[in-house]
Design a binder for this molecule. Structure first.
Ligand SMILES: C[S@@+](CC[C@H](N)C(=O)[O-])C[C@H]1O[C@@H](n2cnc3c(N)ncnc32)[C@H](O)[C@@H]1O
Length: 304
């Protein structure tokens, strides 16, 4: 999810109808929601399962895990949850004795409470500590990472996340102020970025800096890459895997991997892209829920 498109208070699962349709849920199947969040998608999936079907839900954030567990409680032992990073999905499934699953969903990024709660440090619109960890036991906060970064490293990350023009200027100013202890909060960083980056339309000057730092703190692209390397062979024949990405770096990884799997297969397995083009939210959905604007859903199916 992107903060620009998040006016606060919107907790509606993105592309819900499309996810449920495209996963082709079998009532007796085994399913994974690798990004439980508030449990909206998970609830829709598990409500389509019979007593034989099961859903495993993961989240790295213990607070969201509790929120989702309470939402899924009416479904009793049809759901199992784990506090885990989806990059380790293979190990979690092995631990449960699940050899293959019929469907998986990954709705990437942060959840509404991450952006709404200032103390989590994700929002440039609120004043909180410069934290940005989805997993509060993660070793490094955004501030501790900045304290040990070189100017060149920060330039590289900012360029990767689209802040080309101002990357050098931003990097120098941010690291200067961090070293002088002038940046401690999200507000300090956001104000500095806003002074340097001229506003482009409705985009806040800190948008790309916050996105880049958040990704770095949580190694979001690394986790996605590991997931893409390990998850497709965990599908049973006919099983489907859906990924909702919110920015172009994530979506490109998904797009390229799904295309390669369709063309080349993997370990003797064949796959097809159910969606050649990403599925995007309808006008009605984006009118109701602006954060759906940047969502792109791609779905892969194992053929044999
Ligand atoms: C966009 S929200 C999911 C919202 C959810 N689909 C719903 O209906 O409420 C993403 C959630 O995934 C979690 N998350 C992000 N990356 C993760 C990862 N690599 N492993 C496990 N959980 C992750 C975040 O903590 C967050 O709670």
């Amino acid at each position: 999810m992107n903060e620009e498109a998040h006016p606060g208070g919107m907790h509606e699962p993105v592309l819900l109808g499309e996810v449920v349709d495209l996963l082709h849920i079998r009532p007796e199947g085994l399913y994974v929601d690798g990004t439980l969040g508030l449990g909206g998608h998970a609830e829709a999936i598990v409500s389509r399962l019979s007593g034989q079907g099961k859903l495993l839900g993961l989240d790295v954030d213990p607070t969201n895990l509790v929120r989702a567990e309470s939402r899924l409680q009416p479904f009793g032992n049809r759901t199992t949850t784990r506090r885990a990073n989806f990059r380790g999905l293979q190990g979690v499934l092995r631990g449960l004795g699940w050899n293959a699953v019929d469907g998986m969903l990954f709705d990437l990024g942060v959840s509404s409470p991450h952006l709404d709660e200032a103390e989590r440090g994700f929002s440039f619109q609120k004043c909180g500590p410069l934290d940005m960890r989805m997993d509060p036991q993660g070793k490094k906060t955004a501030l501790s990472l900045l304290r040990e970064m070189s100017e060149d490293d920060l330039i590289k990350v900012l360029i990767e996340f689209g802040e080309g023009r101002f990357a050098r200027k931003l990097s120098r100013a941010i690291l200067h102020d961090v070293r002088q202890d002038l940046i401690k909060t999200t507000r300090d960083l956001a104000d500095l970025c806003q002074r340097i980056v001229r506003k482009r339309g409705k985009t806040h000057g800190a948008t790309r800096v916050f996105l880049a730092l958040r990704n770095l703190v949580n190694d979001e692209l690394g986790a996605l890459q590991e997931l893409l390397n390990t998850a497709p062979p965990l599908l049973s024949v006919g099983g489907r895997m859906g990924i909702i990405a919110f920015h172009s770096l994530e979506d490109r990884l998904v797009k390229v991997t799904f295309k390669t799997l369709e063309q080349e297969g993997l370990m003797g397995m064949a796959f097809r892209r159910v969606t050649k083009k990403p599925v995007q939210a309808s006008q009605t959905e984006t009118d109701r829920n602006p954060r759906a604007r940047s969502a792109k859903l791609r779905v892969l199916e194992r053929l044999r």
